[in-house]
Design a protein around this ligand. Structure first.
Ligand code: SF4
Length: 518
């Protein structure tokens, strides 16, 4: 970027920050009274500040979901510094920064849209020894040097990624190093997954002072389940941590692993009412995945439970002031699987760049190549070209819903297994069971997709693509003349059906060039 553009860019950011700051001041004065007024007023500015109609769409959605509307109002009742930092970083950097990067010219230059978030595991060490976890097999020597964590964030910001998810291991074992680093990158958001045991009063004070850290407390349900998996007394520590965060007005949430055995608990209003009262703002639901030390297909939720969970999640969001998200059932809202850098990727403590947090395979290490070069790697490019892995966006996953996709891509690009558990089993020994699971999940969810998600199907058709969002792929469809250039580097892209029409167009252009004597 030239100096002139950089100055303009900075000035625009400052102006937007100033405007947003005013709005936030106005809402926090009296959130219940002022929230709707501020949204109505902001809608009038959306084309000036974002160049899109996203705010209008957002406002309509808020009005239709009273639970979500109240959730947002409650957000403005948190600590004022935390609220201000969240909204300015989230709206200006995380979203506008990302949109700005993903302009046609940058996609054309690199062939990909920047990841919306980058997951980093600075350590795999942990002070607990939970059932099924293999963190105890890692030592301090396996930690990622803090300078490398800094470099990943700096490289990410250069391509428009301002949202970092930090996990492990237990990230807070390295809080003394992470705290100054997060302070340095105070224009970004940091969501930190934690077992909660390190959130003392002092750490909670520091999180409040930073304003850009959002802890996600891991639990397994109520006290009995959590202590059974994590050790006696751990649930009580989680609750203490929640109390400390609530007292300081910090935005935080929790995460649950959805298994075949805890469906009833995770679909009870009582659980979320409890966490709303505890001050949590969101819960992330992760499906139990057959990765880790003892991968078990039989613990994965049944297809009928996945369907029922989707209904429950959507209903809870509409009814309660709480944001519950199930990454698989909510996949239609992001166009399916987001791995491979399409919207996110994971860099493990040893520097291996994995397509997602559950796909423990890699072809590259960030210690040897830049982030941009790794995003351009054939392995990640192939995954992005293949997305969505299914026309049914309720079955997005290349590990469990469409397991042949992962097997093929790992074999084709000679990706290596990157953990000390037994995750390579998903492409070997567990393949027959996963194929069976996949058959059953499609049987259950394909009719649901076709009858209950007609609006999503219509939207996809309107975009002129047989796939979800696929910014990268849409770009190639709209720029057929680039196909051959890219195919020299990535010959496998020519195998994709969706490129056939573009290839025909490109051939016509070539012929026209020849006819014109160029
Ligand atoms: S591979 Fe599965 S778990 Fe990973 S991002 Fe895609 S849908 Fe999610």
């Amino acid at each position: 970027m030239g100096i002139g553009n950089e100055i303009k860019d900075k000035a625009t950011k400052m102006a937007i920050n100033a405007v947003l700051g005013r709005y936030i001041d106005f809402i926090v004065k009296d959130p219940e009274q002022n929230f709707d007024k501020a949204i109505e007023s902001l809608k009038k500015l959306e084309h000036t500040i974002g160049g899109t109609d996203n705010l209008s769409k957002f406002a309509d959605w808020v009005q239709k979901n009273p639970g979500s509307r109240q959730w947002l109002i409650n957000l403005f009742k948190k600590d004022k510094h935390v609220v201000k930092t969240f909204f300015t970083n989230f709206l200006v950097n995380v979203n506008l920064g990302w949109i700005k990067y993903n302009k046609e010219e940058t996609i054309s230059k690199n062939g990909f849209a920047a990841p919306y978030t980058i997951l980093i595991s600075p350590t795999m060490r942990c002070n607990l020894n939970c059932i099924g976890c293999y963190a105890s097999e890692y030592s301090r020597q396996d930690d990622m040097p803090i300078e490398l964590v800094d470099s990943i964030i700096t490289q990410g910001k250069e391509i428009g990624t301002y949202f970092y998810t930090i996990l492990g291991g237990e990230p807070f074992v390295r809080w003394a190093e992470l705290y100054p680093l997060i302070k340095k990158h105070n224009d970004s958001l940091f969501m930190i997954f934690t077992n909660s045991t390190f959130i003392t009063d002092k750490v909670a004070d520091q999180i409040q002072e930073l304003g850009n850290v959002y802890p996600v407390l891991s639990v397994n349900g109520w006290e009995d389940e959590t202590d059974y998996i994590r050790g006696k007394g751990i649930y009580a520590k989680v609750i203490q941590a929640a109390d400390r965060l609530k007292e300081r007005g910090i935005i935080f949430g929790n995460s649950f692993v959805f298994m075949r055995t805890n469906f009833d608990q995770l679909t009870s209003d009582e659980l979320y009412d409890f966490w709303i009262e505890k001050g949590a703002f969101f819960s992330w639901l992760f499906l139990f995945m057959p990765v880790g030390r003892d991968p078990e297909v039989d613990l994965m939720p049944l297809p009928s439970q996945r369907k029922a969970m989707g209904d429950f999640v959507r209903s809870l969001r509409a009814r309660k002031p709480y944001f519950l998200m199930d990454f698989w059932n909510d996949a239609p809202s992001v166009g399916g699987c987001i791995a491979g850098g399409r919207r996110y990727l994971h860099i493990n403590s040893e520097g291996y760049v994995e397509p997602c947090i559950f796909t423990h395979f890699a072809t590259d290490n960030i210690k040897e190549k830049s982030l941009v070069d790794i995003l351009k790697s054939p392995f990640l490019t192939d995954i992005r070209f293949h997305q969505p892995h299914s026309d049914n966006l309720l079955t997005p996953c290349m590990i469990i819903d469409n397991p042949w996709v992962l097997r093929e891509v790992v074999a084709k690009h000679h990706a290596i297994s990157t953990d000390k558990g037994a995750s390579n089993l998903v492409v070997t020994k567990l393949a027959p069971s996963l194929d069976e699971y996949s058959k059953n999940i499609h049987k259950e969810l394909d009719p649901v997709w076709e009858t209950e998600f007609t609006k999503n199907i219509e939207e996809i058709k309107q975009k002129g693509a047989s796939h979800g969002e696929g910014l990268d792929r849409l770009w190639f469809q709209n720029n057929p003349d680039k196909i051959f250039e890219w195919a020299k580097k990535y010959p496998f892209i020519l195998d994709y059906d969706f490129l056939q029409a573009a290839i025909k167009e490109a051939k016509k252009l070539e012929k026209a060039d020849v006819a014109a004597g160029k």
